[in-house]
Design a protein around this ligand. Structure first.
Ligand code: ADP
Ligand code: SF4
Length: 701
């Protein structure tokens, strides 16, 4: 189909210094937990983005010296790191896209756990987070060295094939931004004091980079124009704007956003598509150079509007390119309705913190492109004649039906309720989770065109029904339910609960059971569910006491960078917290809570208790079918097998569609990339344990 002319503007080439991007789609640096540890996985994933039409594809941030040691991202400490980086540029160039590298020094933010170097900062002070260490301020010779390291890294980046080299000064995670910040920089030399002095380091970093590679590569800045912390911070009405005014046309491109990362990659629960516009709108009045911005853009109308209204020149995206690496191609081919829109859940961020390859709720192939050979758009056609019945139309069942339909199988999808979507339909009605319905809507949209997939709503299937369908292969995607007995992570035995106690679970709340008065909400799940229920109850006028055995409420949300937003919202609405505590018994009108560390118990009066603890698979039908021995192959997928995240359910459905439940448990089901062992022997075994020749001090012998 022809592209809608309203979107033509998105496919115009953009000149960036000495090079030209083929279109306006710019995949910004995107952490993925693969980087240097799973380099081919990372490179092939970037190549798939280029294949999908992203005109510029960046690696994640790249540490450019051993005094900044991020452990999981790519690095460019010296030429030894070139092969990994080059593998990525080769993949990106195959599809005619430009490859970008953002050279990063994280300063005080990195504890340098591998290199054991003392972290650097403008003015000394404690390290980031709760690491028990302090930083040391850079002196003048350190700054000269830093500029030298930047120059060397820029030359090496070009050697690896990068077309754009950006300097990282964003998110409060980068040394040049720490220098600009009055909070971090209390120096009184020419790198401190006035804003011009505080910006000097960033200016010099751009200058040395341009001097080294600017004739053939574009040199850009990634900068946070607003920290959203008022007068203490950099702001788009104050020093953020002034920095851009000062450096206006010095870089070839500006990639701008808001700080910190939790605000930039804000989840859909706390920020809308395009929510950064108010902060970056001034950019085009201050610089003549191309401006890139982000905002979880998934709508081509919003993207075209950003360009046409002169807000941005290029559409920056990390998450939308993860959820749909083929987003640009789908717009170009006149089928934007096929875009698998990011839901803004930040599961993709999670594994970056957990040092594991990236996962995405919407895109089950993300991170599996190389090691499993999974392509986001293509799937092998069927190689069996199985007629497949899927019982349950939640995320697992829907994705299985979609992918099996794409493979060409005859599929029957039966759902007990009158609507599809399962937990996604229910959870997306909780406060702030509306965008999560996209998991359902994308799949329903894809199923519309598949004549080989039949849908049966309002069809609660029994074992007899299943046997009667004539399906040869049956996937039970019947989901799970929340426990009513308090068993979860802390308690492995049921909590004593009197029969007249008003005890509810998330399923009751989602089913619309009315609650009023004072509610005790017990969170032994630690992710989002207790927090959205608390928000719903508080907004409905309840008072809420949160009880959790953990040190903090909704603790796993630290990995989706939402925890501060969650706490701010709930405590702002008046929630009270009892941490390190468990609900030990429940009676009509009260609960007894106890410290998990000491023999301290007390009674709290309440009108209802909501238990958000463990979940139980709805696998009764599975066991009936196995016992009935219907002659069909029966497989459990998604929460019916093991309750977990929506991302896990989608993945499970997709995996089933590819392997039909026939994985060989005696064989590792993916490619591994292991480090090459260094040869034994060598200088570490020589006398004095010396690996490198001694460094002779200047002026010495
Ligand atoms: P998952 O996350 O694994 O996809 P969900 O809980 O979201 O699981 O979805 C499970 C779906 O299965 C629900 O919509 C539920 O109504 C449906 N379901 C459960 N049991 C049956 C059954 N016996 N027949 C048909 N549908 C069922
Ligand atoms: Fe978007 Fe969620 Fe996928 Fe991240 S994991 S790209 S936020 S859908």
């Amino acid at each position: 189909m022809a592209r809608d002319p309203r979107y033509d503007v998105l496919f115009e080439p953009v000149k960036i210094g000495p090079i030209t991007a083929p279109n306006r789609f710019y995949q910004t640096p995107q952490c993925n937990g693969m980087g240097r540890n799973y380099p081919t996985s990372m490179a092939i994933m970037r190549g798939v983005k280029a294949e999908g039409g992203w005109g510029v594809v960046f690696a994640e941030q790249c540490d450019f010296h051993f005094t900044t040691d991020n452990a999981r991202n790519v690095r460019l400490w010296d030429e030894q790191d070139l092969p990994i980086l080059q593998r990525m540029t080769d993949e990106v160039h195959k599809h005619g896209s430009l490859a970008g590298l953002m050279l990063a020094h994280n300063g005080y933010v990195t504890p340098n756990l591998i290199s054991r170097e003392v972290p650097l900062s403008p003015s000394g002070g404690a390290s980031f987070g709760n690491f028990p260490s302090h930083t040391r301020p850079l002196d003048k010779s350190d700054i000269r060295a830093l500029l030298r390291w930047q120059r060397t890294a820029a030359l090496n980046a070009r050697k690896a094939g990068y077309d754009i080299v950006n300097i990282y000064a964003a998110h409060d995670l980068a040394l040049p931004m720490h220098f600009i910040s009055r909070r971090h920089n209390t120096r009184n030399d020419e790198y401190g004091g006035s804003l011009e002095n505080r910006t000097r380091l960033l200016r010099e970093l751009v200058e040395v980079t341009r001097d080294a590679i600017g004739d053939t590569c574009a040199v850009g800045i990634r900068f946070s124009v607003d920290e959203l912390i008022g007068r203490d911070g950099i702001s788009c009405e104050g020093e953020g704007r002034e920095v851009v005014e000062m450096l206006a046309d010095l870089p070839d491109i500006w990639d701008v956003n808001v700080s910190s990362w939790k605000n930039d990659s804000i989840t859909s629960r706390f920020g809308e598509e395009g929510s950064q516009e108010a902060y970056v709108a001034f950019m085009k009045s201050v610089t003549t150079k191309p401006v890139v911005g982000v905002g979880r853009f998934t709508s081509p109308d919003t993207m075209a509007s950003q360009i046409k209204r002169g807000i941005l020149d290029m559409i920056g995206a990390a998450r939308p390119s993860i959820a749909d690496p083929f987003l640009p191609k789908k717009i170009e081919e006149g089928r934007p309705e096929d875009i698998r829109e990011c839901i803004g859940c930040n599961i993709c961020v999670t594994n970056n913190y957990l040092m594991a390859p990236i996962r995405c709720t919407q895109n089950p192939t993300m991170g599996e492109e190389w090691r499993k050979g999974w392509h986001p758009e293509r799937i092998p056609t069927k190689d069996t004649e199985d007629r497949v019945l899927i019982v349950g139309g939640g995320p697992a069942g829907l994705e299985a039906a979609r992918a099996l339909g794409q493979r060409g199988h005859e599929v029957m999808l039966a759902e007990a309720r009158t609507e599809l979507g399962g937990r996604v339909s229910l959870e997306s009605r909780l406060p702030g989770l509306g965008a999560w319905a996209r998991v359902r809507d994308h799949r329903l949209q894809q199923l519309q065109n598949m004549t080989n997939v039949e849908q049966f709503l309002d069809s609660m299937l029994s074992a007899d029904h299943v046997a009667e369908t004539g399906a040869t292969l049956v996937a039970l995607a019947t989901g799970s339910h929340w426990r009513r007995d308090g068993i979860g992570r802390h308690f492995l035995k049921p909590i004593p609960i009197s029969s007249d106690a008003n005890v509810l679970t998330p399923d009751d709340i989602m089913a619309g059971v009315a609650v009023s008065g004072h509610v005790v909400l017990y969170d032994d799940d630690h992710f989002y569910m207790a927090s959205v229920i608390a928000e719903k109850l508080l907004k409905a006028g309840c008072t809420v006491t949160l009880v959790t055995p953990a040190a903090t409420f909704a603790g796993f949300s630290q990995f989706t960078i939402e925890i501060a937003h969650i706490h701010k919202r709930l405590f702002g609405l008046g929630a009270k917290l009892e941490a390190h505590s468990a609900v030990v018994s429940i009676r009509d009108g009260s609960v007894e809570i106890g410290s998990i560390y000491a023999d301290l118990k007390r009674e709290i009066a309440c009108d209802a208790v909501v238990l958000v603890s463990g979940q139980i698979p709805n696998d009764g039908l599975y066991h009936e079918l196995i016992a009935a021995d219907t002659g069909q192959r029966i497989v459990r997928i998604g929460d019916c097998l093991a309750p977990a995240t929506i991302a896990s359910a989608v993945y499970s459905g997709h995996k089933f569609a590819r392997d039909l439940g026939l994985s060989d448990v005696d064989r590792v089901p993916f490619l591994r990339e292991d480090v090459a062992l260094a040869p034994l022997g060598g200088p570490h075994e020589a006398s004095q344990g010396r690996v490198f020749p001694p460094i002779v001090a200047a002026g010495g012998e």
